[in-house]
Design a protein around this ligand. Structure first.
Ligand code: FAD
Length: 566
């Protein structure tokens, strides 16, 4: 994999404290003896927190002193830190002591250097919109960086002097929905090719994990489509990295769970995007038939004319539940009735979701023949195929339109979301179906279940995300909401633990992983990848300042001891 790598170069490292800052330190040191303090960020024209009117610096003296040296274009706040500890999961809530709203990459670097040199145990977490489930973007009594305060999207339809490929460069805190809008507006007909199902996620947040959706089988996850990153390491260095420059950092950061650096900018490949999408949903009652069709579709990539653009799948309950029963399948619920289902269907059915992009000039018999030809080899239940045509933007933004707006109206968006995402090897997915899909949730589930295959050769093995060791594996996502009317949070978490244990026995891996013990992380990574992960931590964030909410490394780790135990 990989792309022309003329797209990277190394730029500056740290800038050092000014004499003026040292004077501020002396000044602050003389004010820092009392219980309540404000923290002043000094410098001409820069914003600062006034020592008299600001809320107190609730940190240790040394930390207040270190933060007082900061010369910021943005600002540091001790107000409302509770909001920075709220995430989509609503399971953990560990407020930071302070929140940084950076206005430049130098702000981020300055904060990390100040923390690193402060002889404290402060940690720092970059935070996007906080769509994590288990507190991964939280920093207990540390500092959260609200990446949304650093904006910027630059669309380069012809590339630039360094890189001839079309690309979009976005700040780490930008949302993918804004990246999509900007590219379609400024470079009509071009857009990134690999997405997530939901677009209100941040560029830095998904690149720290993988970024997976129905395009992954063909284009790889989002981390396979990055040309260059600007990163602030755990040492406070600002580094531009790419496949050819500082490549070790580049691949460590992609899928690196925020452990090695904060992504402040990413250059993402853009490619031709269709104006419209034929969006199709077809139902199956037999898992083997469903699996065979999905795997045939993801392998048919030699001829672009025979390949759908998007391939996903769902488990559908054999009931009328509006969230994941068969009524949720068609684009209008009145298109389906119970009599249309096979009488011998089991407790679950399966849904194949596919799309084909086209431009308005293509509309006509040729397009219809093409669709027909592509659907012909599939073995779905012929009467249970539903289709609609929408704009490319509307399709990519479907979760917002179909799920978020409705869930917010019903106050479901604010319920706890104990979601579980897994990668299951293709060789085990049938066992998984009989042990989990058919057995564990025979009646109701309370959220969608995704199940679709991807090709491992579209994943760059140099990136840090852990995937099963098999050519084809499935993304399986249990997206349950803990609603007052359904099973409680604890009961869902117990189900998740059982499912994860079965997944691991079947040589699967957890996506967006959450583990408590170091031994579990080692097992997750496997010996070689764990060793590389630890080495990268030692290289890029030796004091373990970054992303404490992932719960992988303790702050100020004893590296000698840790290395000895590898
Ligand atoms: P946060 O939750 O804010 O952060 C996640 C982690 O990344 C934290 O450890 C944080 O410290 C770190 N981080 C954040 N920003 C940066 C940065 N700039 N640099 C370095 N580290 C950073 N995932 C998929 O792959 N495919 C999907 O289709 C998909 N759909 C989703 C739908 C919904 C409704 C939700 C809630 C989540 C979905 N996700 C999906 C999961 C999503 O990828 C993760 O939640 C991911 O963490 C991105 O969320 P975020 O941008 O809010 O990041």
């Amino acid at each position: 994999m990989g792309h022309p790598s003329s797209c990277g170069r190394l730029v500056s490292t740290c800038s050092w404290l000014t004499i003026r800052s040292v004077l501020v330190l002396l000044l602050l040191a003389s004010h820092c003896g009392s219980e309540t303090r404000g923290v002043q960020a000094a410098a001409d024209g820069d914003k600062f927190i006034d020592a008299h009117s600001a809320p107190a610096c609730v940190l240790q003296d040394v930390a207040c002193t270190a933060l007082g040296l900061l010369k910021l274009k943005g600002y540091l706040s001790f107000h409302d830190t509770s909001a920075a500890a709220r995430d989509f999961g609503l399971i953990k809530h560990l407020p930071p002591a302070a929140v940084l709203y950076p206005n430049s990459v130098e702000d981020v670097a300055a904060l990390i250097r100040a923390v690193g040199s402060s002889s404290t145990n402060l940690t720092v977490a970059a935070k996007g919109p906080g769509h994590s489930i288990n507190g991964q973007a939280q920093a207990d009594k540390g500092i959260v960086i609200e990446m949304s305060s650093m904006r910027g999207i630059k669309v380069m339809p012809h590339g630039d002097d360094d890189c001839a490929l079309p690309f979009v460069e976005a700040s780490g805190g930008e949302l993918w929905v804004d990246v999509l809008e900007a590219t379609l507006k400024e470079a009509p007909g071009l857009a990134p090719n690999s997405w997530t199902d939901y677009l209100y996620l941040s560029v830095g947040g998904t690149l720290s994990n993988a970024g997976v959706s129905g395009q992954t089988f063909r284009h790889g996850p989002q981390i396979s489509n990055v040309l260059q990153l600007e990163v602030v390491t755990g040492k406070g260095e600002i580094v531009i990295c790419s496949p050819s420059k500082q490549s070790e950092l580049f691949y460590a950061v992609l899928g690196g769970l925020g452990q090695f650096g904060i992504i402040t900018k990413a250059r993402i490949i853009i490619e031709p995007a269709p104006e419209k999408v034929r969006w199709m949903r077809a139902m199956y009652s037999d898992f083997e038939v469903f699996k065979k069709d999905q795997e045939m579709l993801i392998s048919a990539m030699q001829d672009p004319l025979l390949t759908f653009d998007f391939i996903e799948g769902f488990v559908v309950m054999n009931n009328e539940d509006p969230t994941n029963g068969w009524k949720s399948v068609p684009f209008s619920p009145d298109q389906i009735t119970a009599s249309m289902l096979p009488p011998d269907a089991s407790s679950v059915l399966y849904l194949l979701e596919i799309t084909l992009g086209y431009n308005l000039v293509d509309v006509g018999p040729v397009l219809e023949e093409r669709v027909e030809k592509m659907l012909a080899p599939l073995n779905y239940i012929r009467s249970l195929m539903f289709s609609t045509d929408v704009s490319y933007f509307k399709f990519l933004n479907r979760i917002y339109d179909l799920v978020e707006v409705r869930s917010r109206a019903l106050k479901l968006w604010d319920a706890p979301h104990p979601w579980l995402n897994l990668f299951v090897p293709a060789s085990s997915i049938t066992t998984f179906d009989s042990l989990i899909f058919k057995e564990l949730f025979p009646v109701e589930f309370g959220g969608p279940i995704l199940v679709y295959p991807v090709n491992r050769d579209k994943w760059d093995s140099r990136a840090a995300t852990v995937v099963p060791d098999e050519e084809v594996f499935y993304l399986v996502a249990f997206l349950r909401n803990a609603l007052p009317s359904g099973p409680g949070l604890e009961s869902i978490l117990e189900d998740n633990a059982r499912i994860l244990s079965i997944c691991e026995q079947l040589r699967g891996k957890q996506y967006l992983p959450r583990y408590i013990e170091e031994a579990q992380w080692k097992q997750h990574f496997g010996a070689d990848q764990w060793q590389a992960f630890v080495q990268h931590k030692q290289m890029f964030d030796p004091q373990a300042i970054l992303a404490p909410g992932q719960n992988i490394f303790p702050r100020n780790p004893d590296w000698m001891q840790l290395s000895a135990s590898i």
